[in-house]
Unconditional design. Sequence first.
Length: 398
Amino acid sequence: MEPREIAAAARSFSAMARIVGPDPKAVKMRRHAFHLHQSGSTTLSASAVLLPPGALAEPLPPLLARICASHGHAGGVALTAASLVEAFLVAEQRDSPSEVLQPRLIPEARLDVLVEPEESGDIRHGDSGAPQWLSAELLAMVDVPASADSVLSLLTYDGSLIGSSSWDVGWPLADVNQKQVENDAGSFLEYNRKNLYAESADPSTIAKSATRIAVLGVSALTSSNAGHINVPPIPQRGDSLLVVGSPFGILSPFHFFNSISVGAVANCLPPGAVRSSLLMADIHCLPGMEGAPVFDKNACLVGMLMKPLRQRGSNIQVQLVITWDGICTAWSRNKLEQIEQASNELLDDKSADSKTMESCGMDNHRRYSPQQEWLSSDKCSSFGALEIWENFTFRFTT
């Protein structure tokens, strides 16, 4: 298939995920290459794999099916990088980032996905329509152990001691410390280059975090108009790849939505393994494309793009792809049992809450209970993406 044919078939399975929530201290955008901050709220975005019901030619992986069942979710599913939502988890889950089977977002945090008009069902005859925002729910954040092990082997193969690896995972970031520079054309903010990622982070923690996936439920997505998507045979070096993602998405969603990058498989990991859990890709990608679906020359789903492997102190990057095979086969029976247990605990909690509400209702005729309101956080002036991708200088004219 020609790249334009692959792109046409693939875009129905691609989306942009967005989260917005209260952030009066403007701290939730840390370690993100771009963001929007306005009136005390921060907005982040990433790309996502979109799976309407029945989209896969084969059944959903057991883990995804069990997660949907545990939440009673019957709509579509979107998979994206867990780093998109981690900062908006409640404190007890945010302070110890790990796999979470029953995640909870802070009050007023909201998730949406931007999809092609055909997938939203909001398209008129003869009109191509515009992309549509659909509300989403965070169902789970899950690890992909096989892919994490491959990333860890890359971080530590040079014999580095814990915390001193010459490799890191993530987009190069600029320092948020700003220096005002005056010139004849006006003024601009010059950002000193400095990596904001914690240099002392444990490579094992970095590897798990980089390959962790957020599972989103999209109830409004009830069917796919694009037919089925197939999973290819085992990827090989030299195979063509096409990525459909939304770099810098929230800065101008309808301009960057579902952009195309093309390349090839450079190598397969683990070395010498029959089945690959991670691919090195010779392909040019930009911040915000993490979570994007990756397709082969036949428009089959190869996997999901993650943040790149990067050499510390330089601009050298290697794009990495979590294979669909790694997502499908890495989870054990123990993981499925954990989800079932978490689901039972959730049902017990809901039952207890229901009993409490009934008890409170019996007292309503005896006392007045004011209605609780969620108040918005601090109202401050708006400003744009201050944590800028490295090599960018933003100029403001007066």
